[in-house]
Design a protein around this ligand. Sequence first.
Ligand code: SF4
Length: 369
Amino acid sequence: MERILADVEKLCFDKELFPIMEKVEKGERLTFDDGMTIMGTEDLNTVGMLADYVKRQRVGDKVYFVVNRHVNPSNICAISCRFCAFGVTKKSPNAYELSHEQILSMLSDDIREVHIVGGLHPDWKFEHYLDIIKLVKTNFPQTHIKAFTAVEIDWFTELTGKDIEWVLQTLRENGLDALTGGGAEILHPGIRKKICAPKTVATRWEEIHTIAHSIGIPTNATILYGHIEELFHVVDHLDRLRNVEDESPGFLAFIPILFQPENTGMKKEVKFFAGSYDLKVHALARLYLDNFPHIKSYWITLGEKMAQIALHYGCSDADGTIMREKIIHDAGAQSELGHTRDFMINMIKNAGFIPVERDALYNEVQVYN
Ligand code: SF4
């Protein structure tokens, strides 16, 4: 360890990072100010080497991926978030609702994880959502169901008049294995107000994940970055998530999602962020979220090549095959769709890591060494 960090110290040209380096070496928790220093430094490579060091201490050369599918049952949504290109009203010519047959036709026996999220449908009852997860569980019992954002859980409490715990328990009894990490966007109220005013507030998002963890339902957490935020908001976001995990452990992975502006109401106000910013967000996440098992390099928004680079900046997960993704591609994502298991294996191997196929709960299915 000493040798590695001595090498990092030799290459480092921002002396402000030295105290952070010492903390990383001693395994000490970083402070909010440390987070700001990392986001503000020009010394991207030192930050990357520190994040890679922490990642390798946890899982060595392994990078996880999953054979998965995304199912978005409907894009009809009762509210409208400015950053979203997916949600539409019932009257929109683009509105759709997937039938049970259509959902089943998207799945197959080799899939380990089904990721289900959609709009807040104004007419569907809670039972409709239960039927969807029952349908998937009954037909594909070996598949984990990672479904719904905290915003959808909040919506279900409104639909049923029941509390968060009741909704989560009922979903679990019908097949839910884990919650997704969506709906977090940026938790700071100042940004939330500007990009998704009608949505579940940050404290409620945090409460839903806290309760899910307390009853044994693992969850994930995202950040939607690269739009109008300041560096401060990124650190604040991570700080809130780290506090939730301290209070009630249960997060599986943190997923940075690079904002895609096409077809959204925010296209004209998005600031310019260099590629180094993407890498810094991922590296900071690994360094700051010392209580999160995994940081994800999400090729859907980063693109496959940048996602490979992010694996060297603290990421230990490359998501999965996905096949069909609508929410982010509606907003202009350029990544290809329909990747195979072999593609994921090669993508990870070509970046210099050992691919490990996992399920939604990070149980290892196969190591491709
Ligand atoms: S982000 Fe979700 S809640 Fe907001 S408009 Fe889009 S689908 Fe609806």
